[in-house]
Design a protein around this ligand. Structure first.
Ligand code: PEP
Ligand code: MG
Length: 540
């Protein structure tokens, strides 16, 4: 048995598929057979077309029309005679091998698009990069093709990025297992959002498995069994059936709503990182969105999404959640989340560095585009703005000045928005909890980000599996800061929620209810468990 960290509940009995990112190495030497290189290129384009067709179908089914549109742009470049013509010319006239010719032309077009002064055209640079790399991978026989997975696939990887998961077939993939990461690392959070069983932080699982190996993943206990015998399979089949039955029974709580004895509502909301995560929140009866991590909208691309693109995404969420609150957090980049198009100087301690609101104040144009998109989306639902990594009053005042400037712009442009849009902050830095009384006077709500609050208070890296035993949400120092934040909020007449993973941790529910927390926000897969625990507490 291999031990890891139970990151997302469930039992999976299946076979291994290792996800590896093979490096692309291009041979710069001249070709020996131009005709063969040309034929190879044409074949690679045909293969790429077929793959993009499959990916588009899958994206349409799992994510919707908007997300699938990107594949139309990819197909368009593959059909473009100028793009293909330039590559063939480099093969025929310059004697380059097909991968080197593709790399050269890809680079030319990418720079051309990236230098245009129109947002839409600039974004096409990312499509060129993607399409070019797809052709090159086909030429070199590097497969990243996860479109043809067998039933009951368990994906095993060193770590997983959002784009790794986006391409995976939800009908076929039943579990994720990784070498690194902890319960609050972003791959674990993503697995819970997708309701896919997961064990992370196993140390070296990738070196112990091979494609096709039978495997059992116990996402309840954080255990892995390789090539299990028939008795073990039978035992886990029993555990799996019991787990599924219990999950079905919990649906009973889907439409339950709760309040404290004094009449104050207790909301159980969902955390999302994309439009597709909404399904799990809606299916489990979430009372709104308590945290939309917008950085995932910005990641795995070559340029920032435009205001218009963001507006469409935030509006879709607001509309689909139909009148319930949608708390959208502004960009939280830095720490373990980086953007290729926004390089940050190497930092000794990225989690203590240029992260989140600090980064946004350095890149005001990026921040303003997001604020304008959020304000415009507020005309379509109960959209609320949440600022991450706030440590003092001045940061709130600076952010509010920018929000007000954006409001004035939209007003003069005649664009609709909610002038009274609530603005809140995350309490995730100890200094914020300590001066919560001062901060509460400046904002409309608090949401406690325990993932960071715990790591900063206890000096325990949330990503480090070696010290995960010290990462304790119930540490009295952490509980005291949580209580101070809730009390300060109530004193100032505003609500206080929690959107860190502790909100979905059954060990903490009773304590948080006793402190009077107003809103619990978590991945969709935890909502029913927490609703059931609250039901028991309020009936006591
Ligand atoms: C947190 O820190 O608790 C939080 C919700 O934010 P993130 O996990 O995205 O850092
Ligand atoms: Mg955080």
């Amino acid at each position: 048995m291999i031990k890891g960290i139970a990151a997302s509940k469930g039992i999976a009995i299946g076979t291994v598929r290792i996800l590896k990112h093979q490096e692309i190495v291009i041979d710069p030497t001249p070709s020996t057979d131009r005709v063969e290189e040309l034929a190879g290129f044409k074949k690679a384009v045909e293969n790429a077309k077929a793959q993009i067709g499959v990916l588009k179908e899958k994206a349409l089914k799992s994510m919707g029309e908007h997300e699938a549109m990107v594949f139309d742009s990819h197909a368009m470049f593959l059909e473009d005679p100028e793009f293909a013509g330039a590559i063939m010319e480099a093969i025929e006239n310059d004697g380059l091998r097909a991968p080197a010719a593709t790399e050269q032309v890809k680079g030319f077009y990418k720079n051309l698009f990236a230098s245009m002064d129109n947002d839409y055209m600039r974004e096409r640079a990312a499509d060129i990069e993607d399409v070019g790399n797809r052709i090159i991978r086909n030429l070199l026989g590097i497969s990243d093709d996860f479109s043809d997975l067998p039933e009951n696939t368990v994906v095993v990887a060193h770590d997983l990025t959002p784009s790794d998961t986006a391409g995976l077939d939800r009908d076929k993939v039943i579990a994720f297992v990784t070498d690194i990461g902890g319960f609050t690392s972003h791959s674990a959070i993503m697995a819970r959002s997708l309701e896919i069983c997961s064990v992370v932080g196993t140390g070296n699982i990738t070196s112990l498995v091979a494609d096709g190996m039978p495997i059992i993943v116990d996402g309840l206990m954080g255990e892995i069994y390789l090539t299990p015998d028939t008795d073990t399979v039978a035992k886990y089949d029993g555990i799996k059936q019991a787990f599924l039955k219990k999950r079905e029974e919990m649906k009973h709580y889907k439409n339950s709503h709760f309040s404290y004895a004094d009449g104050r509502e207790i909301l159980v909301a969902g955390n999302i990182g994309s439009v597709k995560d909404l399904d799990a929140v809606l299916e489990n009866g979430g009372d709104g969105i308590g945290l939309f991590r917008t950085e995932f909208v910005f990641m795995d691309r070559d340029a920032a999404p435009t205001e218009e693109e963001q507006y469409q995404i935030y509006k879709t969420v607001a509309e689909r959640i139909a009148g319930k609150p949608v708390v959208i957090r502004t960009l939280d980049i830095g720490g373990d989340k980086q953007l290729s198009y926004l390089p940050i100087d190497a930092e000794m301690n990225p989690f203590l560095g240029l992260r989140a609101i600090r980064l946004c104040f350095k890149h005001v144009d990026l921040f303003k585009a997001q604020i304008r998109a959020l304000l415009r989306a507020s005309a379509h639902g109960d959209v609320q703005i949440m600022l991450p990594m706030i440590g003092n009053v001045n940061e709130i005042l600076e952010a509010k000045a920018i929000i007000n400037a954006c409001k004035a712009e939209l007003e003069s442009e005649g664009l609709a928005f909610n002038a009274e849009i609530p603005v809140g902050i995350m309490i995730e830095i100890p200094s914020a909890a300590i001066v919560a009384d001062q901060l509460a006077r400046e904002v409309d709500f608090f949401s406690i980000g325990t993932n960071d609050l715990i790591q900063y208070t206890l000096a325990v890296d949330r990503m480090n599996a070696n010290i995960s035993h010290l990462y304790d949400p119930m540490n009295p120092a952490v509980l005291r800061l949580i209580k101070m934040s809730i009390d300060a909020a109530h004193e100032a007449g505003i609500w206080c929620g929690m959107c860190g993973e502790m909100a979905g941790d059954l060990r903490a529910t009773e304590t948080l209810l006793e402190m009077g927390l107003d809103e619990f926000s978590m991945s969709g897969s935890s909502i029913l468990d927490i609703k059931a625990a609250i039901a028991i507490w309020v009936e006591k």
